[in-house]
Design a binder for this molecule. Structure first.
Ligand SMILES: CC(C)(COP(=O)(O)OP(=O)(O)OC[C@H]1O[C@@H](n2cnc3c(N)ncnc32)[C@H](O)[C@@H]1OP(=O)(O)O)[C@@H](O)C(=O)NCCC(=O)NCCS
Length: 171
C-alpha cells in the first residue's frame, strides 16, 4: 500500500505500509504502541505477548518501512464465532489520518470472513467512532450503536462509559 504524496507531505511519512499477522516477538511493540497513544487502557506487557501468541489470527500489525506503526487486536467471542470483537486499535501519532486503521480493519475482516464486527467506543473518541462508521459505510451495512458499559462498571472513578458498536451483516 503506497501513501499518497499529499498525505506524505502533511504527515512527514515517506514509507510503505504493510500489514501482517503479529507474532510473539511483536508483543513488546504492541505494548509500546498502546502506551504511546496515552489514551488507551494499557494492559500488561504479558497481555500483549499472549495476544500475539494466542490471538494472532484475529489481530493485525501495520508496519511502515518495516517498523511497527499500528495494530488491531481482536477475538471471536466463543459463543458467537461469526463475530469479530475488536479489543484495541492503535496507530502511532505520526502515521494517523492516512487510512491505516481502516485498512487494518478491512484486511482483518477479509482474512476472517466474519459476518459482523463489534467494538466498544467512548463517546468522546471521534476518530474511533469515525473509523467504525466508515467501515460500515464501505461495507454498505448497518452500524448499530447502543449504551453498553457504564462508568460504574469500571473500578475507581473517571472512566467514561462505552458505547457498543455492532456492524453487520457483512456480505
Ligand atoms: C483511532 C485511531 C486508531 C485511528 O487511526 P487512523 O489510522 O488515523 O484512522 P484512519 O486514517 O483509518 O481514519 C479512520 C476515520 O477516522 C477519521 N479520523 C481519523 N483521525 C481523526 C481525528 N483525529 N479526528 C476526526 N476524525 C478522524 C478519518 O477521517 C476516517 O474517517 P472517514 O472514514 O469518515 O474518512 C487513532 O486515532 C488512534 O490510535 N487513536 C488512539 C487510540 C484509540 O483511541 N483507539 C481506538 C479505541 S480502541
Amino acid at each position: 500500500m503506497a501513501i499518497s504524496s499529499e498525505k506524505r507531505a502533511r504527515q512527514g511519512t515517506t514509507g510503505r505500509v504493510s500489514l501482517r499477522q503479529p507474532e510473539l516477538r511483536d508483543g513488546a511493540a504492541l505494548w509500546r504502541l498502546a502506551k504511546d497513544t496515552g489514551t488507551l487502557d494499557l494492559n500488561s506487557p504479558y497481555a500483549y505477548l499472549m495476544w500475539c501468541e494466542h490471538f494472532a489470527g484475529t489481530s493485525v500489525l501495520a508496519e511502515v518501512d518495516g517498523g511497527p506503526a499500528g495494530f488491531v487486536t481482536g477475538f471471536r467471542p466463543p459463543a458467537r464465532p461469526e463475530v469479530l470483537f475488536v479489543w484495541q486499535v492503535a496507530v502511532a501519532d505520526e502515521h494517523r489520518g492516512l487510512g491505516i486503521a481502516g485498512r487494518m480493519l478491512d484486511a482483518l475482516v477479509e482474512r476472517l470472513g466474519v459476518r459482523a464486527v463489534e467494538a466498544t467506543v467512548t463517546p468522546s473518541n471521534t476518530a474511533s467512532r469515525k473509523l467504525f462508521r466508515g467501515f460500515a459505510r464501505r461495507r454498505g451495512c448497518a452500524c448499530r450503536e447502543e449504551p453498553h458499559l457504564e462508568a460504574e462498571h469500571f473500578p475507581g472513578r473517571g472512566h467514561e462509559p462505552e458505547v457498543l458498536f455492532h456492524i453487520g451483516p457483512i456480505q
